[in-house]
Design a protein around this ligand. Sequence first.
Ligand code: IPM
Ligand code: MG
Length: 400
Amino acid sequence: MSDHKEQIQAAQEKFQKILEEQFARIDKIKQEDDFVDYKNKEKIVIGVVGGDGIGPFITAEAQKILEQLLEDDIKSGKVEIRQIDGLTIENRAKAGKAIPDDVLEELKGCDVILKGPTTTPRKGDGYPNIESANVAMRKALDLFANVRPVKIPQEGIDWTFFRENTEGGYAVGSQGVNLGDDLAVDFTVTTEPGSERIIRAAFDHAKNNGKNKVTVVTKANVIKTTDGKFLETAKKISEDYPDIAMDDWYIDIMTAKLIDPKRRKEFEVLVLPNLYGDILTDEAAEMQGGVGTAGSINMGKRYAMFEAIHGSAPRMVDEGRAKYADPSSIIRAAGMLLNHIGKKEQAEKLEKALDICTNFEKDLVVTGRDDGASGAEFSEYLINTLKRPDLEEVYASYTA
Ligand code: IPM
Ligand code: MG
């Protein structure tokens, strides 16, 4: 009995610390400014982070594309592309931190970041149990909105997921408590200001993009306190948007309805807590053609980070195939970055060129092996396509 008493006491102390941290985070959220306006910035710094495994290979190709499309702005000094090394698993393991301090400082010197995949250590693979660099970066730069668009035009599907990115099971995901061998407790956190800002972002997106409905996904019938708060907050916020309808679904039936051809067309903008968003966006991306086809924006009010959803594929590196890794997903993420910093024209051009190269013309195909094009060959093909004076006509001829 006394044994448990001590364990409970230790857990209580840990819990107290967690609560204090969360209140401090809430204070910060309440004080934050509005989203930065890149138009008013004299200079935009784009950080390019290679990451692990195939990451440095594919991000290098994406960087070439950015340099091509931003040539004038780079020359005039309006845009700087800054390579940031050091976010490798070896370095992180050495520092014993998800993001080494010096790397975090460098990241904070950027406005937007293009990030290659990073390896998250798992039990038994020889690395210390450090937090996922991804999750850590979302928290450190307060990238609270994970925006993931999924489109399947021929099926009438055009979804934009607004996944909360800093709370829920992820907020203190690496601070769970073991009480002896028998009892393990994790914490899930929902804050009102944290819910409010992601839900507002979803409604604003709907409003600014001519969408009529925002769908809120929770499990508030069972997870009553935290999901309940998310849903209640959504109901409150929706009153500020009288022209946009809101409906609410539970995550279980939502996963089913996403594959219901009759129902799924109705969904437009979806907003959901972190873990449900993690799961549902993989399902949605798979329907679009695989998780590797979807891009992901991690957006905060000050910073934004863009990445492919796929992992670092260490096996490809081990087998000597890294140079054949497909860079198209991270290049799509680069397109989202361009859009985010207000380079709409370049973003659109890139989107079209990518569609021509990967969906329509396919003069070169990346297979991940030496029977296909290398990433560098692919990006050269893409750059040549971008330079084509008849790009618009070519695109139109395929989509007419
Ligand atoms: C994602 C990934 C991450 C997540 C992993 C790598 C920690 O699955 O971006 O969806 O769970 O958020
Ligand atoms: Mg995921």
